[in-house]
Design a protein around this ligand. Structure first.
Ligand SMILES: [Ca+2]
Ligand SMILES: [Ca+2]
Ligand SMILES: [Ca+2]
Length: 270
């Protein structure tokens, strides 16, 4: 545990200060998650001692910007880590981050809330809410991206993933032991993509404006996916995104998730 985390996690203090922060760890029951607010987003999601996440991060493009920018590279303006379920587990489980981009006048508030399951259940959930506000003095056209690379069961290879209905991403590991599903509660993304690492990641910071290509898979291997929301924010307006990620042991009837057929097809080809 880092020193910053020790302070924040024990006391649940809010923090606001200059743009440098140590990684923050959230803990709840059988699960832990680690975030680097100024260094690339989330890098760890442990469930019953197994790490399933390589990286999740946010990128955006606004106004005349000709490429997408890593949100954690713009000014971190505030951070608060708190415990929101003291009766189940008194450790800090929720992280709120505030970023301000001076160039566009946009403000981004990200809230992550971790809910672990019973020990040995191999189940945990992270809910995310994102509020993007225009604090500048002119209307802004915004493209906001969420990028995520799960390496289920601690290894990047052999996962299978797909995107259903443009707003539900599903990924399972090769042994079929774990399944992550991410649901965009609201609003539906404007664009999306699922592909092998680093196809999608390479779009960010490549010097040109990119739009996701609506690939829905299935993809086999080191799976990564992204969602993109395009919208216009008038002065003083907000745009709110609500999402949820749930990791569970793959159900016996995995066809329920639309992955059973995919995995059967994979076996026939190999
Ligand atoms: Ca807690
Ligand atoms: Ca780009
Ligand atoms: Ca992966």
């Amino acid at each position: 545990m880092t020193r910053t985390c020790a302070i924040l996690c024990v006391a649940g203090l809010a923090w606001a200060g200059p743009a440098a922060a140590q990684p923050i760890q959230l803990d709840d029951r059988n699960s832990s998650a680690v975030f680097d607010p100024t260094g690339g987003g989330q890098f760890t999601w442990l469930i019953d001692g197994v790490d399933h996440l390589f990286n999740q991060n946010f990128y955006f493009r606004a106004g005349a910007m000709t490429d997408e920018v890593d949100l954690t590279s713009v000014g971190l303006a505030g951070m608060a880590a708190t415990d929101t379920n003291p009766f189940a587990d008194g450790r800090v489980d929720t992280l709120a981050l505030l970023y301000r981009d001076a160039g566009s006048g946009l403000e981004f508030e990200i809230s992550y809330s971790l809910r672990g399951g019973n020990a040995g259940s191999n189940t945990a959930d992270i809910a995310e809410q994102i509020r993007i506000s225009n604090r500048g003095n002119s209307s802004q056209r915004v493209s906001f991206f969420q990028y995520v690379d799960f390496d289920l069961h601690g290894s990047p290879g052999g996962d299978v993933g797909r995107i259903v209905n443009g707003r539900v991403a599903q990924q399972s590991d090769p042994a079929g032991l774990r399944t992550i599903s991410e649901t965009v509660v609201t609003p539906a993304p404007t664009f999306f993509d699922i592909a092998l690492f680093p196809t999608i990641l390479s779009l960010f910071g490549n010097g040109v404006a990119d739009t996701l290509s609506n690939g829905n898979g299935p993809v086999f291997g080191d799976v990564a996916w992204a969602f993109q929301w395009d919208f216009t924010l008038g002065v003083g307006q907000d745009f709110i995104i609500s999402k949820d990620k749930l990791i569970v042991p793959t159900p016996a009837g995995a066809a329920l998730l639309g992955l059973g057929g995919v995995m059967a097809a994979r076996r026939r080809r190999s």
